[in-house]
Ligand binder design. Structure first.
Ligand code: GDP
Ligand code: GDP
Length: 454
């Protein structure tokens, strides 16, 4: 589990700027699901050795009425989902009535909030910050989100007390200079003996609950009723063909029928946490709906998180052939970026195709965890370079020396050589695809990284 940080504050104080800095905009997910405001953005942040989920809320004025009030209250829900609130104010403007309204709300709910005075670049920061102690939320942290100043020390302050509860948030910083293959702790792990954590994710109504029930119904499973907040998925241990799994249920089959189901049925945080925690993710799409950006965002998020994925196109029952062909063409067009993931056409309702999903799940997991020796990786690298020699950079040919495994789950391959950091993107992609094909890797993203030798 990763902690959740919400950015709140009135419009224009710099929330998006900070959000983009923290997430580098790569995997922002916009919550445009029914029943949720369009203005909450979720992203995974990896900053200064910390990993966390960040929510950028719509601006809150603190004095909204009517529609605005509804919007604001939706934004305030992000605060409920968060472990920590960064309450942003504009250091150049001083305290506004909107700031006072938000501060009052934050004081009343008693959530841990840090006042972040943004835009301290080019002004007398200390004098500007002093103003905001009046908000009654303790210390004021000055930053310039646009330039990054102050951001590290702010995060350090607010994360130090969280690390104990969220040990996974601390990421080991890789030793860029390591020349020799690292002693991988992976080699000690027996992946086949571990339960495979399988998350079922997708937009509301694509059929996640139906699929979960179908999978569980086919097996004799004991479902433990696990307590949790709306933010938590349900973890269901199960066995299939003699293998242990933990099904991560984001749809909440066990909670069906509850009144808050319609609103909280889909929680982006829940989905992101489930993806983070899974080994393999089944992304469920609805054959009867066109593929939305949200579907693609979810898949993209899982890939960026390095997860293995299997795509299940659900509700394949009762469609005529023309319609099926049309859907396949659309999938071809839009899923090119995950052409290494297996695509299954299933009917969760009738059960067709569901069993086959597991073959691809196991294949993806095996791909993500297979051990490959340095000599084999180096040989593949040499074959790739023989077929297509690396380009010249500044008049000298890029030289690839050797390759070794740098990690698993997702697989990382490290290539050492001369001028390798100058390899054009097209050649890097060629090498990545070559490794993928040679190693028979399916369903999992692989990362090829380059290290300069002396
Ligand atoms: P949001 O509405 O709270 O999401 O605010 P934005 O991130 O869109 O920022 C509002 C404006 O403030 C933009 O014009 C930003 O370029 C500017 N801004 C954001 N951060 C900084 C900063 O650190 N220094 C300065 N000088 N301007 C900033
Ligand atoms: P969730 O929100 O993703 O958990 O979706 P549900 O499992 O609640 O399913 C949403 C609706 O789609 C329900 O009415 C299901 O009966 C229906 N549904 C689910 N799977 C299938 C399927 O394979 N075929 C058809 N025709 N309908 C399905």
């Amino acid at each position: 589990m990763l902690p959740v940080v919400a950015l709140v504050g009135r419009p224009n104080v710099g929330k998006s700027t900070l959000f983009n800095r923290l997430t580098r905009t790569r995997d922002a997910l916009v919550a445009d699901f029914p029943g949720l405001t369009r203005d909450r953005k979720y992203g995974q942040a990896n900053y200064d050795g910390y990993q966390f989920i960040v929510i950028d809320t719509a601006g809150v004025h603190g004095d909204e009425e009517g529609i605005d009030k509804e919007m604001a209250s939706q934004s305030l829900r992000a605060i409920d989902e968060a472990d920590v609130v960064l309450f942003m104010v504009d250091a150049r403007d001083g305290i506004t009535s909107a700031d006072l309204g938000i501060a009052k709300h934050l004081r009343s709910i008693g959530k841990k909030a840090y006042i972040v005075a943004n835009k301290i670049d080019g002004i007398d920061a200390e004098a500007a910050q002093a103003d905001f102690y009046e908000l009654g939320l303790g210390e004021v942290y000055g930053i310039a989100a646009a330039h990054g100043r102050g951001v590290e020390s702010l995060l350090h302050r607010c994360f130090t007390p969280l690390v104990e509860d969220y040990p996974e948030m601390k990421v080991a910083v890789a030793d860029e200079d390591a020349e020799t293959p690292p002693d991988l702790e992976h080699d000690e792990i027996d992946y086949d003996a571990l339960p495979l954590k399988l998350a079922i994710v997708g937009r509301p109504n694509v059929g996640k609950s139906t699929l979960t029930n179908r999978i569980l119904g086919e097996e004799r499973v004991v479902v433990f009723d696990m307590p949790g907040t709306t933010r938590d998925s349900i973890y269901i241990p199960m066995e299939r063909d003699g293998r242990q799994y933990i099904l991560i249920d984001t749809a909440g089959v066990r909670r069906r029928g509850r009144i808050d189901e319609t609103v909280e049925k889909f929680s982006v945080i829940k989905t992101l946490q489930a993806i983070e925690d899974a080994n393999v993710v089944i992304c469920v799409l609805d054959a009867r709906e066109t593929i939305s950006d949200q579907d693609l965002n979810l898949i993209g998020f899982a890939l960026n998180a390095g997860r293995s994925i299997v795509i299940a196109v659900n509700k394949w029952d009762g469609l005529d052939n023309d319609h099926k062909e049309e859907i396949k063409r659309e999938l071809d067009r839009r899923l090119g970026f995950v052409d290494f993931a297996r695509l299954h056409f299933i009917s969760a309702l009738h059960g067709s195709g569901v069993g086959n999903l597991f073959e691809s799940v196991l294949e993806a997991y095996a791909s993500a965890t297979q051990r490959v020796s340095t000599s084999k990786l180096t040989r593949i690298m040499e074959m790739a370079a023989d077929e297509h020699q690396p380009p010249l950079v500044r008049g000298r040919r890029v030289k690839l020396k050797y390759a070794h495994a740098g990690g698993y789950n997702p697989p990382r391959i490290i290539i050492h050589g001369n001028q390798v950091n100058d390899l054009p993107g097209a050649y890097q992609r060629y090498l990545t695809n070559y490794f993928r094909k040679s190693l028979g890797i399916m369903g999992t993203p692989i990362k090829v990284e380059f290290r300069e030798s002396d």
